[in-house]
Design a protein around this ligand. Structure first.
Ligand SMILES: Cc1cc2nc3c(=O)[nH]c(=O)nc-3n(C[C@H](O)[C@H](O)[C@H](O)COP(=O)(O)O)c2cc1C
Length: 305
């Protein structure tokens, strides 16, 4: 059996035969190629490929020997990678890289090589040795991963933009609500002011004039009316309006009279309505003011408002 190395071996060293080495290379799963060292065309010339190369490319050993590996290249092969390969090998450096290659049937695959100069004992380069892998599936997976990462980033940016837009809307809404609140407050104040002005500057002077020209009975009624209006204009009146108990104008009138201490009969007489009607109004006023306890006196309650 031939030995792989002809150099002297110390006893006990493992002797690896050339046949064993060849059998190992032939059985390897990775594609292995050995070429001559001339980098310019027509070199480098292929001197050996293993069966894994044939499985990867579809080219047999006989179809490959004597050619240079450029026959695997095509339109999609990256020229920059080939320039780098040439640059590294011309400097006797190891090259690692990948590029698109073409099989015998014309289909493409991504070939990844590891090329190493084989240096002889007298420091000369005798051959180049390439170990090649078909990394098409891995590259596809990387591309898909990169694509989904890109989509995820775009979605994250979109979500951030949507969140910012929502926050802007939220702030605008908040400002609008504050504005509405402020307007409501202002309208309330303005109403109270108008109402005060209307009563004290317009209605009360007219009432006083009317009283002077009226009969005694009418004067009594007008006095109650005048007092009621004054009261409405007071804190009590504004309280009734602003707290929005939902009292009708008639109920406000009766509540005011009750607050002044007028009994049901007197109210009925003054307003010229039935006692029963006043009682119904009083019950409704109690309900609207939320007085549930029958013990609570309406007049006292109204005077505290
Ligand atoms: C050992 C070895 C193996 C190579 N294997 C391949 C290969 O499988 N596919 C390929 O496209 N080029 C391969 N090349 C590269 C080309 O043979 C050539 O060197 C490259 O295209 C640069 O030369 P150029 O600038 O003349 O094109 C290999 C080169 C060497 C030395």
């Amino acid at each position: 059996m031939k030995k792989a190395s002809t150099s002297s071996e110390t006893p006990g060293q493992i002797q690896i035969s050339l046949e064993l080495l060849v059998a190992t290379i032939e059985a390897a799963k990775d594609s292995i190629m050995i070429t001559t060292t001339e980098l310019n065309e027509p070199g480098p010339t292929i001197v050996y490929v293993n069966p894994a190369f044939t499985r990867m490319t579809g080219y047999s050993l006989a179809e490959t020997i004597g050619r240079n590996p450029r026959f695997l290249q095509g339109l999609e092969t990256d020229r920059k990678v080939m320039d780098e390969l040439r640059h590294k090998l011309s400097r006797k450096e190891v090259f690692c890289g990948k590029a698109v290659n073409y099989r015998k049937d014309g289909s493409t695959f991504v070939n990844e090589w590891h090329i190493k100069p084989i240096v002889t004992e007298n420091s000369q380069i005798s051959h180049f040795l390439a170990i090649q892998h078909d990394v098409t599936e891995r590259e596809k997976a990387y591309q898909m991963l990169a694509e989904s990462e890109k989509q995820r980033r775009q979605q994250a940016i979109m979500l951030e933009e949507q969140a910012a837009a929502l926050e802007n809307k939220n702030n605008a809404l908040h400002e609008m609500l504050q504005q509405i609140q402020w307007e409501k407050q202002k309208v309330k104040q303005d109403n109270a002011l108008n109402h005060t002005l209307n009563i004290s500057e317009i209605i009360l002077p007219i009432l006083r004039k009317l009283k002077r020209k009226s009969s005694q009975v009418d004067q009594a009624y007008l006095t109650v009316l005048e007092n009621s209006l004054r009261d409405l204009n007071s804190r009590f009146g504004r309280n009734l309006i602003e707290r929005d108990f939902g009292l009708s104008p008639r109920e406000v009138e009766i509540a005011n009279m009750a607050r002044q201490g007028l009994a049901t009969k007197a109210i009925a007489l003054t307003l010229n309505i039935a006692i029963g009607t006043v009682e119904i109004h009083r019950r409704n006023i109690r309900k609207k003011l939320g007085i549930t306890n029958v013990e609570v006196n309406l007049t006292n309650y109204l005077q505290k408002l």
